[in-house]
Design a binder for this molecule. Structure first.
Ligand SMILES: NC(=O)c1ccc[n+]([C@@H]2O[C@H](COP(=O)([O-])OP(=O)(O)OC[C@H]3O[C@@H](n4cnc5c(N)ncnc54)[C@H](OP(=O)(O)O)[C@@H]3O)[C@@H](O)[C@H]2O)c1
Length: 497
């Protein structure tokens, strides 16, 4: 493979660059994805030498028994790594001098003017950077290609996202824009389509006749780390619901596409996003609950409440937890609720989808199975990729005619603390000019519209924050939210799961 290119990393000194992007680039370098014709220019606001920059990112590279650090490879990587200081508030000449530096590197690494401009920066800065790239002549699309990789969140609300999209599309054709939702780069998320459409077993029962409800749970144990300022203006709904959760929901609930090509899949995902509702006709009031963590204990260590995190207001009303009940206005899902819960500083780290089938007691002829558990399919994305199926089998020599067993279909379990695999995959897809793992404006605009509806519905309730201690299962109200319907959250600790 040879895809000559310079990867220009705006936000090169930031948290995302250090934790995810540089490790992903290091692995791609190890795979020689660009056939050696590749260079990386990290752009940051602070003044630092290349040696200082390299030393600052070095600790985030993998170094474990299973993946020992390769010093020789690192030296070769550093030969292609550069640091460029630039403040976006400077005039266009600063970008022009970056452009000259890139042209010099083109000659040295034979990268032919091809660029991936990666915007790992706050969404409020993106418009300025795109405009400056355009004004300085760095996006020209002749005899070479320039692609823009845009980190999520895409905008901070619907209006700012629409503005950002207008700026982008006025400079670049759609096929050069790659909007990142890194969950789409995860192996298990891609597995959803294979599971659904590669198995008659599932696809034939993937509807309201057979499925009782769906749950999506996103739980994190971490708090704000260094991201308090970002989170204050974002909160759980804009950070998780608008992006990862609605993307996953659209893959789980879409109607079968005509084919599994990008265009057909996206058309069906958009139909799901457009169909999202907070109530069914019979229900008067949306079910949305917000939460914010107070102080608590995680892994036997005391941790502060959200309001004591760095760069967070002492009276902040930013939610760090949300639970909601959602409907889809689609014939396939009429009457089937999707329960969603997401939170920070909870008692475990997990991202999973539970598809809970109708109860065996709905098979009226067989009272013997009244006490059996409903079938369930669990697709666990984090901390490990796992697929579990709960079925009922005969109980030997017992009063109960059946007992539940769980089939573990997980091919492999990948657990890494600092896993850059999804970014590695995404950057590789951009080099190959493949769009399947990126989100479109159509999807994002509907996701923003729905998120704003959820925020408006949530604002009608009053909350007394903090309403759950760090290290707990979240606010008690999230159990009532699903319990009112005679259902419960599937837990790892559930019997037979
Ligand atoms: N961190 C994550 O895990 C994560 C995950 C998913 C998405 N994201 C998204 O990725 C983006 C970056 O996040 P982050 O956590 O890496 O942020 P961050 O740690 O705050 O880093 C921000 C970066 O932007 C640079 N910057 C800020 N103002 C600048 C200016 N006026 N001129 C030039 N550079 C400027 C900073 O440079 P200096 O440091 O040199 O000032 C730094 O490199 C955000 O949109 C975030 O939502 C982050």
């Amino acid at each position: 493979l040879s895809h000559p290119c310079i990867f220009v990393l705006f936000g090169g000194t930031g948290d995302l660059a250090r934790k995810k992007l540089i490790p992903a680039l290091f692995r791609l370098h190890a795979k020689e994805i660009a056939g050696g014709r590749f260079a990386i220019v990290a752009v940051g606001r602070r003044a630092m030498t290349l040696a200082e920059y390299a030393a600052s990112v070095r600790p985030s590279l993998p170094d474990s028994a299973e993946e020992p650090f390769d010093e020789a490879l690192w030296k070769l990587f550093c030969d292609r790594l550069f640091y460029f200081r630039l403040d976006f508030s400077e005039d266009v000449s600063a970008f022009q001098s970056l452009g000259r530096e890139l042209s010099d590197l083109d000659r040295r690494f034979e990268t032919c003017g091809n660029r991936i401009f990666c915007l790992a920066i706050s969404p409020v800065l993106m418009k300025t950077v795109i405009q400056s790239l355009q004004d300085s002549g760095m996006i020209h699309n002749e005899d070479s290609w320039q692609r823009v990789m845009i980190e999520k969140p895409f905008g901070t609300d619907l209006e700012s996202a629409a503005q950002l999209n207008r700026s982008l599309t006025s400079c670049l054709p759609e096929e050069r824009i790659f909007r990142v939702d890194h969950y789409l780069g995860k192996e298990m998320i891609q597995n959803i389509l294979s599971l659904r459409f590669g198995n008659i077993l599932f696809e034939s029962v993937w509807n309201r006749e057979h499925i009782d409800h769906i749950q999506i749970t996103s739980a994190e144990t971490i708090g704000m780390e260094s991201r308090g300022a970002y989170y204050e203006n974002t909160g759980i709904l804009r950070d998780m619901l608008q992006s990862h959760i609605l993307q996953v929901l659209s893959l789980v609930c879409m109607d079968p596409p005509k084919a599994l090509d990008t265009r057909s899949v996206i058309a069906e995902k958009v139909k799901v996003l457009r169909s999202l509702k907070l109530t069914e006709n019979s229900e008067q009031r949306a079910r949305v609950l917000l939460g914010q963590y107070g102080p608590g204990r995680i892994d036997s260590t005391d941790v502060p409440g959200y309001r004591k995190e760095t760069m967070v207001s002492e009276s902040s009303l930013t939610p760090t937890f949300a639970a909601l009940k959602v409907y889809l206005d689609m014939p396939r899902w009429k009457g089937v609720p999707v329960y969603i819960r997401a939170g920070k500083r909870l008692d475990r780290k997990i991202f999973e989808i539970a598809v809970v089938f109708r109860h065996p007691k709905d098979l009226p002829r067989y009272p013997e199975f009244t006490h059996a558990l409903p079938n369930a399919l669990i697709i666990r994305i984090q901390p490990c990729g796992e697929i579990l199926v709960r079925i009922n089998v005969k109980e030997q020599d017992a009063d109960q005619p059946v007992r539940s067993v769980v089939l573990d279909c997980s091919e492999k379990c990948i657990c890494r603390q600092n896993s850059p695999e999804s970014y590695e995959r995404l950057i590789q897809e951009i080099l190959l000019d493949h769009h399947a793992l990126f989100t479109t404006w159509n999807e994002l605009s509907h996701a923003w519209k729905f998120t704003e509806k959820v925020e408006a519905a949530a604002a009608k309730n009053s909350y007394c924050f903090p309403n759950y201690p760090a290290g707990s299962e979240g606010p008690k109200g999230s159990y009532d939210l699903i319990g009112q319907d005679g259902r419960h959250w599937m837990e790892e600790t559930d019997e037979n799961l």
